[in-house]
Design a binder for this molecule. Structure first.
Ligand code: CA
Length: 451
């Protein structure tokens, strides 16, 4: 697909013919075949406990890049000089820039492919460098300096508009001219599996004064997030055509939201406490290079929509044009009762990265259009990704239409919003003819009661 876009270089590590000597990487349905190689940060547990390090997921194992570096396996790569992997984050790695990270990913691919004996045939080295995922815990992959959340799905924005402004145009006048966003809170971004405590907040009933208490309308938001590799100097802009060169990779995001708090507080400056108590991300960052087979332009805008201004319009046939991401996204819910009675989590919605109106290239160009500096490890999230159909809505607010049509669970329970004990799981994967299926792992979190 991306062969049509001259600036997307052929990527040897994506060759569908490659096989790994790590057997679980070849298993049908794995999220982490050798064509994926996402980066993350892990801790060994148990007898082998050690400092956190940067690793790559391969099948059900983690390749410890810090240990590989110690064994001289990154000679003649951009990581030769210093062990960038003996860190508790991918920030130093990302700061090398996307092109150099590509070279490192190529080396990792070579080390793991079935015909490379270096690790395959050296039991002691393999033992040092390869960690079963079951013997590790995962951390947030980056030390996130800044986090920005956009609102890039027109389906989501229009649904919310229809609910709250039934008499007007569902989209506000700026929506089709610029990627709307707000500056979020980086300190409360947590890795998948971290419990989310129901927040307190100021709640305002329609016909009574505000009160303070536990949020009653707790919601999830299905999003994808983009980690920045190399940033830009303050006072300079990132051209939309250059934006893909600044992308490290993509994760799944759940932007937990307190709808009742949000409704009262958001005027006139936008979300604040409704969004700052926890944002969950998946632990493995799938590089933009791994996504190359799954990138294409977003569908043409509907007739009558304005063309983006020139600074938001990539050159035709440029890599930046091919920033639509064919990522299949799914949301699962599991209540405490379902867990007790051994029901599987139930899928409550699904959508696609192609359901966005704006690409991350446009978001980056717009974010930096003032000269605002992005830094390695900054996170830009897409906003709730909703498709056009009713079962493609990316949050409970939309899915239940403000609680009017509750979600039915197999136990007979129903949900208008999230209850204590609910575990919400977001999954994502890419698959198509002629390419190997790759996945994102999981972005999950359980709601615990307010304190
Ligand atoms: Ca959001």
């Amino acid at each position: 697909m991306t062969d049509d876009y001259p600036n997307v270089q052929p990527i040897p590590a994506n060759n569908p013919e490659l096989r790994s000597w790590v057997e679980s990487a070849d298993e049908h349905g794995t999220d982490f075949p050798i064509q994926n190689l996402p980066f993350g940060v892990f801790n060994r547990t148990g007898d082998h406990a050690d400092k956190p390090a940067v690793g790559v997921a391969i099948g059900d194992m983690i390749l410890d890049l810090a240990k590989c570096w110690n064994a001289d396996l990154f000679k003649n790569t951009p990581a030769q000089q210093a062990n960038l992997f003996a860190h508790h984050s991918c920030n130093s790695l990302a700061a090398l820039g996307r092109a150099r990270v590509r070279e490192i990913r190529e080396r990792v691919s070579w080390l793991l492919r079935s015909d490379t004996p270096t690790l395959r045939d050296d039991a002691s080295l393999r033992e040092r460098c390869l960690v079963p995922m079951s013997e590790a815990t995962l951390e947030t992959p980056f030390e996130i300096g800044d986090y920005t959340d956009f609102y890039a799905s027109a389906n989501h924005a229009a649904n919310v508009g229809r609910m709250f402004r039934p008499d007007g145009d569902p989209l506000l006048p700026n929506y089709k001219h610029l990627p709307v966003g707000y500056h979020g809170r980086a300190s409360s971004i947590v890795v998948s599996g971290t419990p989310i405590r129901r927040p307190h907040g100021q709640l305002k009933p329609d016909d009574a004064p505000p009160t303070f208490g536990p949020c009653r309308l707790l919601d999830h938001e299905l999003e994808i997030g983009c980690f920045i590799a190399s940033g830009n100097e303050r006072g300079t802009r990132i051209d939309v055509n250059d934006a893909p060169g600044h992308v490290f990779g993509i994760v799944l995001v759940n932007d937990w939201s307190a709808r009742d708090v949000q409704k009262w507080e958001y005027v006139p400056l936008g979300p604040f406490n409704a969004k700052n108590f926890g944002t969950t991300i998946s632990p493995w960052v799938v590089t933009l290079d791994a996504l190359a087979p799954y990138r294409r332009p977003l569908p043409a805008r509907p007739a009558g929509d304005p063309a983006p201004l020139p600074y938001l319009s990539p050159d035709p046939k440029s890599e930046a044009e091919a920033m639509g991401l064919e990522i299949q996204l799914e949301v699962f819910l599991e209540s405490a009762q379902m867990r007790e009675r051994k029901f599987d989590p139930v899928r409550i919605s699904h959508s696609s990265g192609m359901d966005l109106y704006w690409t991350f290239a446009q978001m980056i160009a717009h974010h930096t259009s003032t000269g605002c500096n992005l830094r390695p490890g900054d996170l830009l999230a897409s906003g709730t990704v909703s498709g056009v159909n009713e079962d493609e809505r990316g949050c409970m607010l939309e899915l239940t239409w403000r609680g009017q049509n509750p979600v039915q669970l197999p136990t007979g329970e129903e949900r208008k919003f999230l209850a204590d004990g609910d575990r919400l799981v977001i999954k994502g994967h890419c698959c198509k003819e002629g390419a190997v299926r790759i996945g994102f792992g999981e972005c999950s979190g359980m709601v615990t009661p307010a304190e």
